[in-house]
Write a protein that binds this ligand. Structure first.
Ligand code: EPU
Length: 347
């Protein structure tokens, strides 16, 4: 196995931040991936599985352990009537899969266009956008179980998917290495268009999968949520905070505090969740708490295009986390709401 030492991780994260990895291995096959994980576990060194690095905040000091870059590629398609079952290796780029599905008239992931990162990371946080989430189409997740040292297939129920949440972030944190993910897509199916902003942008025009994809891409671009290495405003980890989910009474209390900052004719964004609670818009709360888009301290700033994204403008991880803390403080002071950091922190 080709092990490299002291590899700077900044080049492997969309934020462009992070110090060196003690050991760095690239796994190009599933077998190699299992071997690399097992070797790190045998040596009792901390392990970081790295996909697209789009949801990762690595400390300036780096990561004193083994980084295994998941570079496994492969796609298998099995037809089952109106459904296409697609099995993808963990290292497949997510948006390549979406583009392929849309081009082949396979419905189910079109609203998830333009999301950076790899397939294997999507079950972790149940990636979602514009009214769709991967939990709707995942049929199985094949994993390496580091505890039992065996491969296992997890069914959706065992993954315990929720809003930006799954068993991989909770009870089973660190236990599994995702090897591949199976999806069920609808052949010739129609696009699911549930998100208000997307419905508005599509208007009366056709709702082909291709048009939905193009529309989602342009909405994301306008918010700086399509990663582009040449765009200085694009050095982000997407949404830096999750949208807070609160009880109805808590939402009313926030609304009472927001009364003074509501613009004429404006209402506070809030959506009911399946479990009877209320989801609030973190981006809205941040702006109304007085945080101005573009605010930058020590090279870490709030995006000019979307208040929920923090941008690395030539600073450090320390500066970025300090910025996050400032934003959290402002929102807590203004509305009594605590914002949770969404990307994974390492080191
Ligand atoms: N808003 C503001 N100011 C802002 C940003 C948003 O007032 O700077 C308001 C908007 O006007 C809207 C509400 O907040 O009323 C929601 O905004 P938006 O539609 O942009 O979505 P979001 O809740 O901020 C979530 C996801 C995104 C996903 C979009 C679209 C989370 C944490 N983020 O953002 O996902 O693309 O919905 O579905 O749930 C990501 O997770 O990295 C990500 C980009």
């Amino acid at each position: 196995m080709n092990v490299r030492r002291n590899v700077p991780l900044a080049a492997y994260t969309t934020l462009g931040l992070g110090g060196p990895a003690g050991a760095f291995v690239e796994a190009r096959s599933t077998q190699r991936l299992i071997e690399a994980v097992t070797a790190a576990d045998d040596a009792r060194t901390p392990l970081l599985l790295l996909g697209g690095g789009s949801n990762l905040v690595v400390a300036d000091e780096g990561f004193d352990g083994t980084v295994v870059r998941v570079a496994t590629r492969g796609r298998q398609v099995v037809d089952a009537g109106d459904t296409a079952r697609v099995l993808l290796c963990a290292g497949e780029p997510w948006d390549g899969f979406v583009a392929w599905a849309v081009a082949n008239e396979l419905a189910g992931v079109e609203c998830l266009s333009g999301i950076p990162g790899c397939v294997g990371a999507t079950p972790m946080q149940n990636v979602g956008a514009y009214g769709q989430e991967v939990a709707e189409v995942i049929t199985a997740v094949r994993v390496w179980d580091r505890r039992d040292r065996a491969q296992r297939t997890l069914l959706p129920k065992e993954c315990a998917f929720g809003y930006r949440d799954s068993v991989f972030k909770r009870e089973a944190r660190g236990r599994y290495a995702v090897l591949s993910v199976a999806f069920a897509l609808r052949r010739g199916g129609t696009a699911s268009v549930r998100y208000g902003e997307l419905q508005k942008a599509l208007g009366e025009g056709d709702r082909s999968l291709a048009r939905v994809r193009e529309t989602v891409l342009s909405l994301r671009r306008a918010k700086g949520m399509v990663w582009d290495p040449d765009d200085p405003e694009g050095r982000t980890a997407g949404s830096f905070f999750t949208n807070p989910v609160v009880t109805g009474a808590e939402a009313d209390a926030v609304l009472a505090r927001a009364a003074g900052v509501l613009r004429e004719g404006e209402s506070m964004p809030r959506w009911p969740t399946d479990d009877g609670r209320v989801k609030l818009a973190a981006g809205w709360l941040i702006e109304r708490a007085g945080v101005t888009k573009g605010w930058t301290v020590d090279g870490a700033g709030v995006s000019h295009r979307h208040a929920l994204a923090l941008v690395n403008r030539g600073g450090t991880t320390r500066a970025l986390l300090a910025m996050a803390a400032r934003v959290q403080d402002r929102v807590r002071e203004a509305f009594g709401v605590g914002l949770e950091i969404e990307p994974e922190r390492v080191g």
